[in-house]
Design a protein around this ligand. Sequence first.
Ligand SMILES: *Cc1c(COP(=O)(O)O)cnc(C)c1O
Length: 348
Amino acid sequence: MLPLPVLEKAQSELTNYKESGMSVMELSHRSALFTEIIEEAEQHLRELMEIPDNYKVLFVQGGASQQFASVPLNLFGEKGKADYVNTGSWSKKAIKEAEKYGDVRVIASSEDANFTYIPKIEKSMIDPEADYVHITTNNTIEGTAFHEIPDTGDVPLVADMSSNILSERMDVSKLGVIYAGAQKNIGPAGLTVVIVREDLIGKASKSCPVMLDYKTHSDKGSLYNTPPTFAIYMAKLVFEWLKELGGIAEMEKINREKAALLYNQIEASRLFSSPVEKDSRSIMNIPFVSPSADLDVDFISQAKEQGLETLKGHRSVGGMRASIYNAMPKEGVQSLVAFMQNFEDSNQ
Ligand SMILES: *Cc1c(COP(=O)(O)O)cnc(C)c1O
C-alpha cells in the first residue's frame, strides 16, 4: 500500500508539477526542480532515521536483489571473507550471490526449523577477519524479525531492511550498510535506498561494474546516470507523510498496535495459529495458518470477497500472511481481525 494522501498529492501534481507545465516524469533529472526533489528526499530520510553525517544516502536501482551482489563487490577487501546469518529465503539468496565473489561463512541459521525463529548472534561467533556480517532484519516471507541489532564489534554490519525500514526506530550508527528495495515501506518499485558509512565507500574490487560501485553514486549525488525520478519523487512524498504523522517513533507505536491486534486474535483463536516463535515475531509480516490447506483456501477467497486482499502466504510456505506495512491503516487490521472471528465462528 501507499498512503492515500500521498497518491492524492501525486495525482494533483501529475500533469503540472509546480507550474512547470510538466509532470515530474517529464522533468530532466538535471533540472532545478528535480534537484530540489532529490535533495529534499535525502534530507527527509536523514531526519526520519537520524542518519549520522558520516553516512551517505544513495538512491539506486536494481532492487534489494542487486544489492546481494553490490554488497560483496563493494566490501570484499583483500580478505574477501564475510559472515552471513541465514534467516529465510531472502537471506539465502543474498548468501548464494555473495558466494560468487568470496569466502562466505554462514554463522547461524534457523533453516532446520523452517526459519520460525531468529538465532541469537554473539560477538564470539564472528570472524574478526571478516569484511562484514550480513543480516536480514525482517524476514518478509517467514514473518520473523531481529528485535535487537547484533553487536559485531569492529566488523561492519550490513542489513537488508527491505521490509522493515522506517517501521521502527533503528540505530543507524550500529550498521555499516543498510539497503532496502523501496516497494514495501518507501514508495513504488524501481528505487533502492542504500545508506552506507563513508569509510566503506571506495573499496570496490576492480571488476565491480561502475553502476554497482557505491563510489559512483556517492560522488555524483545519485545522479551519475538517470535515476528513477518519479519513484524518488513518490518516496519524498511518503517521507513527508511520515514526518507529518510524527516520525518513526509514532509510526512504530501505530505498527505495534496493529501487530498486537492481529497477534492477540491469533493467540485467542481455536482455529488459527502462528508458526513463528513468540520472541522472533515480525510487526510487518504476520503469517498464520488454519488446521487445513483447504480451509486456508476458503479463508483467502472469502476474505477477498470482503475486500481483504493479498492474504495468501508466500508460495514457499503456504497458509496466510498479512503484510501490514506502514501505509496499512489500523482500520485495515481491525477489518481483518473481525473477518477472522466471523470465519472462525462459522467453521466450528
Ligand atoms: C522484497 C525483498 C527483497 C527483494 O527486493 P527486490 O527489490 O524485489 O529485489 C529482498 N529482501 C527482502 C527482505 C525483501 O523483503
